[in-house]
Design a protein around this ligand. Structure first.
Ligand SMILES: NC(=O)c1ccc[n+]([C@@H]2O[C@H](COP(=O)([O-])OP(=O)(O)OC[C@H]3O[C@@H](n4cnc5c(N)ncnc54)[C@H](OP(=O)(O)O)[C@@H]3O)[C@@H](O)[C@H]2O)c1
Length: 182
């Protein structure tokens, strides 16, 4: 008796931003386990190549790590084209990369806001657009984009009224809107 979901992603190629660690790593593994080729986008982690190789070996699929700042739209477009050539055709995107700055609200600076928005909002917009461009260029209509968001915002504020959230939660919601707009 099956007690879970079964997906067959054979023939698919899925880009997972922030797919080398945390929640994104679980997405990368799940996609590979279902048979997809997986392109992991990371920013600076030293072991991203090893993580990709491990996933590739474990599930006998193609998996490769690509260093790319999702806030840099030109680099994102170039990287997505490279992935499309090397592992593709790309059929899906999991826009998961996200950051926060954890400090008391009164110590947050404009730089902190930019740091969070560049990844959580612009990063989602840039990657969703880059995927959509690949698909419109080849008139492909079966692409899927999944976005990692945040829920329970009210509860979060209730328990952590002054710590984080004033830049992080609106940013995650704006990222959701940026994604919906593409
Ligand atoms: N953790 C939670 O409790 C929680 C709850 C709800 C939602 N979320 C959301 O889930 C997602 C993943 O969270 P997490 O806790 O698993 O994150 P994490 O462990 O902190 O990992 C963040 C990932 O994003 C990548 N990244 C950060 N900035 C980037 C950039 N500019 N360009 C490309 N990649 C970048 C990092 O790459 P490097 O390794 O190279 O730095 C890393 O792979 C985020 O969107 C977060 O907002 C998290």
């Amino acid at each position: 008796m099956s007690n879970g979901f079964n997906f067959d992603f054979a023939g698919k190629c899925i880009i997972v931003t922030g797919g080398n660690r945390g929640i994104g790593y679980a997405f990368s593994r799940a996609c590979a386990q279902a048979g997809a080729s997986v392109a992991i986008i990371y920013r600076s982690s030293k072991d991203a190549d090893e993580v990709a190789q491990k996933i590739s070996k474990e599930f006998n699929v193609k998996a490769k790590a690509y260093k790319c700042d999702v806030g840099d739209d030109k680099l994102v477009t170039e990287t997505f084209r490279k992935i499309d050539d090397e592992l593709g055709p790309v059929t899906g995107l999991i826009a998961n990369a996200g950051v926060s700055v954890v400090k008391p609200a009164l110590e947050l600076t404009a730089d902190d806001f930019h740091k969070v928005y560049n990844v959580n909002v612009l990063g989602v917009f840039n990657t969703a657009c880059a995927a959509a461009r690949l698909w419109t260029d080849r008139k492909f209509q079966g692409g899927s984009i999944v976005l990692t968001i945040v829920t329970k915002v009210d509860m979060f504020f209730q328990f952590h009224p002054s710590v984080i959230g004033i830049h992080y939660h609106p940013g995650k919601n704006a990222g959701d809107s940026a994604f919906s707009a593409t």
